[in-house]
Design a binder for this molecule. Structure first.
Ligand SMILES: NC(=O)C1=CN([C@@H]2O[C@H](COP(=O)(O)OP(=O)(O)OC[C@H]3O[C@@H](n4cnc5c(N)ncnc54)[C@H](O)[C@@H]3O)[C@@H](O)[C@H]2O)C=CC1
Ligand SMILES: O=P(O)(O)OC[C@H]1O[C@](O)(CO)[C@@H](O)[C@@H]1O
Length: 382
């Protein structure tokens, strides 16, 4: 049986990547630092995934195991060194922490006389997630290993889409997910002769897929979440019931949509249907999705290459509207969730340094740029 090692036994790890890989015939080993999850994976060897719909369906993912990379680092390296596929869903900011394990695994694997090829795919909400992981791993490899890895180890980028809220069940492994999923991998980053994973879509050019996903699902989700937060709401389902939030959300998605249509040549009608489908997914009454989860890590979400700044700057460059996106950024700056470290950091920076330096530092948009000025205007209006 083919072996997959997946870093991150959290919501997407268990509820999407682990499930799909298992259904595609892989034996999945989860590597995580959460001992409750790892202990339960070792003990149970299986877990339930519930597809949340009017008629929920339960699937049992069998034959899985867990390794705690903080407590069993050598086991984690050995498992990764032997894997047919390595995937991650740990959060893009955590990639640097798993890089040493992956680098050690690559070195161990390539020390064998005829090592098998290996794909390492980061399934994170980010543009170029696998490339970012590679950039953390490569400096940890000896020069001869880097040379040997050429043609044997690849880090193809990917886009992953499935909404999995924060949740608690008696069984810590149980995970409830929306039925929809999409996992797209950049075929140009795969090694020649690769065997596709069933359920994954391989495309010649990833950019239209990752931008469409990130600048629609994620741009829209956080835009609704930050507006809902300012109204004191708890869940995205509550936010989506507010007509003014819905109207503004449509404006935001029309702004990012206009960029996507102009840049990637999408059919405007088809893109509009894509937006409508996403709005339905946000409303899914079978899920309760916390606004604080969807808005989490606002510094990352406001970073130059992410879901708010990038479409706004691209809209500006094309002479298209960006006011709704600027309002989302202003609302993100007012996201004051005490449990979110990045939200706390933003509030500190606003207090100590003021609005304009904070915007410039986090978004990279200079003070005299019209998008910067629009964020300032919207911030004062909120
Ligand atoms: N939840 C969702 O709906 C979606 C999430 N994503 C992306 O998937 C990634 C994971 O998100 P979630 O599953 O929601 O988060 P999560 O918090 O449920 O899972 C992350 C897991 O990574 C583990 N982890 C943290 N540090 C680690 C380390 N050093 N080594 C190994 N494991 C470590 C955590 O213990 C946790 O189990 C993020 O990049 C997110 O943007 C993408 C699409 C949808
Ligand atoms: O995981 P991130 O990047 O913090 O963002 C949360 C987003 O991820 C998703 O879970 C799915 O992409 C959305 O529900 C939400 O917009």
């Amino acid at each position: 049986m083919k072996k997959a090692v997946h870093f991150g036994a959290g919501n997407i790890g268990r509820g999407f990547i682990g499930l799909l890989l298992s259904q595609a015939g892989y034996q999945v080993t989860f590597v995580d630092v959460n001992d409750t999850l790892v202990g339960a994976l070792k003990k149970e060897g299986e877990y339930p995934v519930v597809l949340a719909d009017d008629q929920p369906q339960q699937i049992i993912v069998r034959g899985v195991s867990g390794i705690n990379s903080a407590m069993e680092p050598f086991e984690a390296i050995a498992a990764a060194a032997e894997a047919d596929l390595i995937t991650t869903a740990v959060g893009v900011n955590v990639l640097k922490h798993i890089a040493p394990t992956i680098a050690a695994a690559i070195s161990q694997r390539l020390a064998e006389p005829s090592p098998k090829p290996l794909h390492i795919i980061a399934c994170e909400n980010a543009i170029g997630g696998s490339t970012q992981l590679k950039e953390h791993v490569e400096p940890l490899l000896a020069r001869e290993i880097i040379q040997k890895a050429e043609g044997l180890v690849a880090f193809p980028n990917a886009a992953v889409d499935r909404i999995v809220p924060l949740q608690q069940h008696e069984n810590p492994l149980m995970v409830e997910v929306e039925p929809f999923y999409e996992w797209v991998v950049d075929a140009s980053g795969m090694l020649p002769g690769y065997i596709p994973v069933e359920g994954v879509l391989y495309v010649k050019e990833l950019s239209p897929y990752i931008e469409r996903k990130l600048f629609t699902v994620n741009t829209g989700h956080c835009s609704a979440a930050y507006r809902g937060y300012l109204k004191g709401l708890d869940t995205i389902q509550q936010a989506m019931a507010h007509q003014d939030i819905k109207d503004e959300l449509v404006q935001v998605l029309q702004e990012s949509g206009a960029v996507l249509v102009a840049k990637h040549g999408f059919d405007p009608k088809e893109h509009d249907s894509y937006i409508q489908k996403i709005l339905e997914r946000f409303r899914n009454p079978a899920l309760q999705d916390d606004i604080v989860r969807i808005g989490r890590s606002p510094i990352r979400k406001l970073s130059p290459n992410d879901r708010l700044v990038s479409p706004a700057l691209q809209a500006f460059e094309r002479g298209l509207p960006y006011q709704g996106l600027a309002k989302s950024m202003a609302a993100a700056l007012r996201f004051n969730a005490a449990e979110d470290e990045e939200a706390v950091q933003i509030q500190q920076s606003l207090r100590l340094r003021g609005l304009t330096p904070t915007i410039t530092e986090i978004t990279g948009i200079l003070e005299d740029h019209p998008v910067h000025q629009e964020i300032v205007n919207q911030y004062h209006r909120l």
